[in-house]
Design a binder for this molecule. Structure first.
Ligand code: NAI
Length: 721
C-alpha cells in the first residue's frame, strides 16, 4: 500500500480504482507532494500490473482536479526556470508512463477538471465526465498568460489537429461544460450519474484490454496534417491575428507561445514536442505577464467575487422582487439578468408598450438560448414569466430593491424615485444606474438617503461582467453590503468606489477615447489610431467605442464636467479632442452609431461599414511625426495617470478594484493585470513610469502631468497603490 494522497483500491473484478484526495486542501492541485505521490503510484502500477486488468482514476473531492498551484506560478522568477522546467518534466514523465502502462486507464472525471488536472486526464486512454452541476473542463492557462505545459498542448494537437486544438481548446482557454467538451472531442463520454460513470468505465476497460493512445499506434498521423501540408500551410499565417481577435485584448505572449508550441511540436517526434512545450511554458511562467494576470484574474477577482469588499456585520440579503425603472436598453438588460437569477422583476416605463418592448428583449435572448439548447422550454417560460411589464406605479408595491435606468437626467431621476419611494417596501434599496451623475446629489431626491446607491452596469448588460457600486456621502454600509449581495446574485463582479462625477470607469475611459480622438485631430490616420489601441491589447478600437457611446452624450458630459470642475477650482486640462468632437456633432452631424454616422459609416441595422472618408480628407497628415509607441502609450498613460488621481481623490478604495474595474469595465489590456500593475511594472518600475510620463508631458501636454503622490512613491523606491 502507498500511504500517499492517491488511494489504491483493487476490486474483486480486478479493476483498480485510484482516488486522488489531497487532505491538506479543498481541491487537488499540482503541489510538489502530489508530483511525488503520482510518481510513486506510477512506480507501483508498473510493478504490480499483473494484479489488475484496468485502472479508473477519479477524485475524492467534489471537483476532479484543479490545475497548477497558482501561488507557486505567480511568484516564479527567471532564476526559477530550471526548477520549473524540471517540475514540468516530472509530470510529463509520469503521464507518459501512465499512458504506456499496457493496461487500460480511464479517467472518471467526477467534477471540474481544469489546467493541470485536465492534462492528467489527457494522459489516460478514455475520459468520461460526470455531468455535475457547474462542472467545467478545459485548459484555461492562456487566460492567465500561461500555456498547458504538462503535455496539454502536445496531446490536444495530436488528438484534434492543430486547428481544432488551438482554436477550440488551448488558444483561447475555453472552460467547457461536459457536453461541449464531448462535442469538441477532448472527452469520450458523458455520464448522468456517478454509478453510470463507473459502469461505463468498467465496460470500456473490459472491451479494451490493451489500449494505446492514438499517437502510439503505428502509422499515426496528426489529424488535419502537419504545418507543411498544403491546406494547413495556407491557413497558418492567419492564426496569430485570428487568435488575437478571438481573445479580445488578452495577452499576446501566451497565445503566440501556444501557437509556436503547437506548430513546432507538430513537426517533430513526441518527446521533442514535449521539450518544446516545456521551454515555452517555462518562459511564460517565469515572466511578468503571467504573474500580473494570475494576481488580478485569479486572486483579486476571486477575492472580489467572494464578497471581499463587503462590509461585515450584515446578514446576506438578496432581493426577491426588483423594480426596474425605465425599460430602455439598460433597463431591459438589467431585467433579463435579474430574472435569470431567479428574481421577480417589475419592469416599469412610461407606457405599457415601452415596458413590453423591454420584456421582448429578454424573450429574444431566451429564445436564442433555447434554440442553442442552452435552456429548456420550461426554463425559458419560467424566466420570462418573472418579468412583469407595467406603466402603473402601483405595481411597485412589494418590491424590496429598485434599479433606476431612465434617461441620464438628474431632474427626471429624482422625480421617478420620488414617485415610487412611498410605494416600494419601506426598507427597499434604492439603486441608480447612472453612468456619470454624482450619486450624492441624486440621493437628495429621496427620503432615505442612506439606502441610496449607484449601481453602474455596462452595456450589453447580459455580457458585461462588472457592476460599479457607487457610494454616496450618505450611503450606509448596509446598503453597500446589499448592493454587493445583489451583484453577486446576478453573477456579476462588484467593485466599490466612492462618489464623484463619472466615478472611476466612466471618467477613466474618457481619457482613452479623448487621446484617440486627439491623435486623429493631430493628423494620424484613424485606422492607425485603432490599430494602436487593439495592438496594445484593448478589446476594441477607441474610435469605434466613441461612436458606440455617442459624441452628443460625451460632448454634453464633458461640457458640464468642465464647467463644474473649473467653477469648483479643480484641475482641468483641455484636449485636442474637443474641437474635433464639437465639429463631429455640430458641423458634420456625425455623432455616432445611433444616427448611423460617426467616425464610421453604418448601415440601417447599425452594422459598421467602414471609416468615414471625410475624416481622413480633413485631418490626416503624413507629417504628423507621432511614433506608434507614443500613440499606444498616450492611451495607456492617460488612463493610468487618471486612475492614480482617482486614488488621490478617494474615488478608488482598493488596488484590486482598480485592476479588476480597469480590465472588465473599461477594457484596459488584460495582459497588464490591470492599470495599477501596469503603472508599477512599467519598464524601470514606478520610476520608469514617472520618467516616461514626464517625456509624454513635454511632448504632448499637461494631460500627462504626474500626480505628486505617484512621484513621491517613485522617489522613495516604493510601488503605487
Ligand atoms: P434608453 O434611452 O435606452 O432608456 C431609457 C428608458 O427610460 C426609456 O425606455 C424611457 O422611456 C424610460 N423612461 C423615461 N422616463 C421614464 C419615467 N418617468 N418612468 C419610467 N421610464 C422612463 O437609455 P439607456 O441607454 O438604457 O440608459 C439608461 C440609464 O443608464 C442612463 O442613466 C444612462 O446614463 C445609464 N447607462 C447607460 C449605459 C449605456 O451604455 N447606454 C451604460 C451604463 C449606464
Amino acid at each position: 500500500m502507498t500511504d500517499n494522497m492517491i488511494a489504491w483500491d483493487l476490486g474483486a473484478d480486478r479493476v483498480l480504482v485510484l482516488t486522488i484526495d489531497d487532505p491538506s486542501q479543498s481541491t487537488n492541485t499540482m503541489t510538489e507532494a502530489f508530483a511525488r505521490d503520482l510518481t510513486a503510484t506510477v512506480d507501483r502500477l508498473e510493478a504490480e500490473k499483473d494484479t489488475f486488468d484496468g485502472v479508473i482514476l477519479t477524485s475524492g473531492k467534489d471537483t476532479f482536479f484543479a490545475g497548477g498551484d497558482l501561488n507557486l506560478l505567480m511568484d516564479a522568477t527567471p532564476e526559477d526556470a530550471p526548477a520549473i522546467a524540471r517540475g514540468l518534466d516530472t509530470y510529463k514523465a509520469a503521464f507518459r508512463r501512465l499512458e504506456r502502462l499496457g493496461k487500460p486507464v480511464v479517467a472518471a472525471i467526477n467534477g471540474t477538471a481544469l489546467g493541470g488536472g485536465f492534462e492528467l486526464a489527457l494522459a489516460t486512454h478514455h475520459r468520461i465526465a460526470l455531468d455535475a452541476k457547474g462542472s467545467l473542463l478545459g485548459l484555461p492557462e492562456v487566460t492567465f498568460g500561461l500555456l498547458p505545459g504538462a503535455g496539454g498542448v502536445t496531446r490536444t494537437v495530436r488528438l484534434l489537429g492543430i486547428t481544432n486544438a488551438v482554436l477550440n481548446v488551448v488558444g483561447q482557454g475555453q472552460r467547457m461544460k461536459p457536453a461541449k467538451a464531448l462535442q469538441v472531442g477532448i472527452i469520450h463520454e458523458v455520464a448522468a450519474t456517478r454509478e453510470e460513470m463507473f459502469d461505463k468505465a468498467r465496460a470500456w476497460i473490459a472491451a479494451n484490454p490493451e489500449p494505446a493512445q492514438p499517437w502510439d499506434v503505428k502509422g499515426y498521423k496528426i489529424p488535419g496534417g502537419t504545418p507543411s501540408s498544403p491546406p494547413l500551410a495556407a491557413n497558418l499565417p492567419a492564426f496569430p491575428s485570428n487568435v488575437r481577435k478571438q481573445l479580445k485584448g488578452a495577452p499576446m505572449p501566451a497565445p503566440i507561445a501556444v501557437l509556436a508550441t503547437a506548430v513546432e511540436g507538430a513537426q517533430v517526434d513526441l518527446d521533442t514536442a514535449f521539450a518544446v512545450e516545456t521551454r515555452y511554458c517555462t518562459n511564460l511562467i517565469c515572466g511578468q505577464v503571467s504573474a500580473n494576470m494570475i494576481k488580478a484574474l485569479f486572486f483579486d477577482l476571486g477575492m472580489i467575487n467572494k464578497g471581499g469588499s463587503r462590509p461585515e456585520g450584515f446578514p446576506v440579503r438578496t432581493p426577491e422582487k426588483v423594480l426596474v425603472l425605465g425599460a430602455g436598453m439598460m433597463g431591459a438588460g438589467i431585467a433579463y439578468v435579474q430574472a435569470r437569477a431567479g428574481m421577480q422583476v417589475v419592469l416599469k416605463d412610461v407606457t405599457i408598450e415601452a415596458a413590453e418592448r423591454g420584456k421582448d428583449y429578454s424573450r429574444k435572448l431566451l429564445d436564442k438560448a433555447l434554440r442553442k439548447g442552452a435552456i429548456t422550454q420550461d426554463k425559458r417560460d419560467e424566466v420570462l414569466g418573472r418579468i412583469h411589464p407595467t406603466a402603473d406605479p402601483a405595481d411597485a408595491a412589494g418590491c424590496d430593491f429598485v434599479v433606476e435606468a431612465v434617461f441620464e437626467d438628474p431632474g427626471l431621476k429624482k422625480k421617478v424615485f420620488g414617485e415610487i419611494e412611498g410605494l416600494v417596501n419601506p426598507d427597499a434599496l434604492l439603486g441608480s444606474n447612472t453612468s456619470t451623475l454624482p450619486v450624492t446629489d441624486l440621493a437628495t431626491g429621496v427620503q432615505r438617503q442612506e439606502d441610496f446607491i449607484g449601481l453602474h452596469f455596462f452595456s450589453p448588460v447580459d455580457k458585461m461582467p462588472l457592476v460599479e457600486i457607487v457610494v454616496g456621502e450618505k450611503t450606509s454600509d448596509e446598503a453597500i453590503a446589499r448592493a454587493i449581495d445583489y451583484t453577486l446574485a446576478i453573477k456579476k463582479t462588484p467593485i466599490v468606489v466612492n462618489d464623484s462625477r463619472g466615478f472611476f470607469t466612466s471618467r477613466v475611459i474618457g481619457q482613452f477615447m479623448d487621446e484617440a480622438i486627439a491623435l486623429v485631430a493631430e493628423g494620424v490616420h484613424p485606422t492607425t489610431v485603432e490599430q494602436a489601441a487593439t495592438q496594445a491589447g484593448y478589446p476594441v478600437g477607441a474610435l469605434a467605442l466613441v461612436d458606440e457611446i455617442n459624441m452628443k452624450l460625451s460632448q454634453k458630459i464633458r461640457r458640464s464636467l468642465r464647467e463644474n470642475t473649473i467653477a469648483e477650482g479643480g484641475r482641468w486640462v483641455d484636449s485636442n479632442a474637443y474641437p474635433l468632437v464639437d465639429a463631429m456633432v455640430d458641423e458634420y452631424d456625425r455623432p455616432g452609431r445611433l444616427e448611423g454616422r460617426g467616425f464610421y459609416e453604418y448601415d440601417a441595422d447599425g452594422k459598421k461599414l467602414g471609416l468615414w472618408q471625410g475624416l481622413v480628407e480633413k485631418y490626416t497628415r503624413e507629417d504628423h511625426g507621432i511614433p506608434f509607441i507614443d500613440m499606444q502609450e498616450r492611451m495607456l498613460f492617460a488612463e493610468s495617470l487618471d486612475t492614480a488621481r482617482c486614488f488621490d481623490e478617494g474615488v478608488l478604495r482598493t488596488v484590486a478594484d482598480a485592476n479588476i474595474g480597469s480590465i472588465f469595465g473599461i477594457g484596459f489590456p488584460a495582459w497588464t493585470g490591470g492599470v495599477i500593475q501596469y503603472i508599477n511594472q512599467y519598464a524601470g518600475g514606478l520610476a520608469g513610469f514617472v520618467a516616461r510620463a514626464d517625456e509624454l508631458r513635454a511632448a504632448y501636454g499637461d494631460r500627462f502631468e504626474v500626480p505628486e503622490s505617484l512621484r513621491a512613491k517613485a522617489a522613495a523606491g516604493e510601488t503605487f497603490g
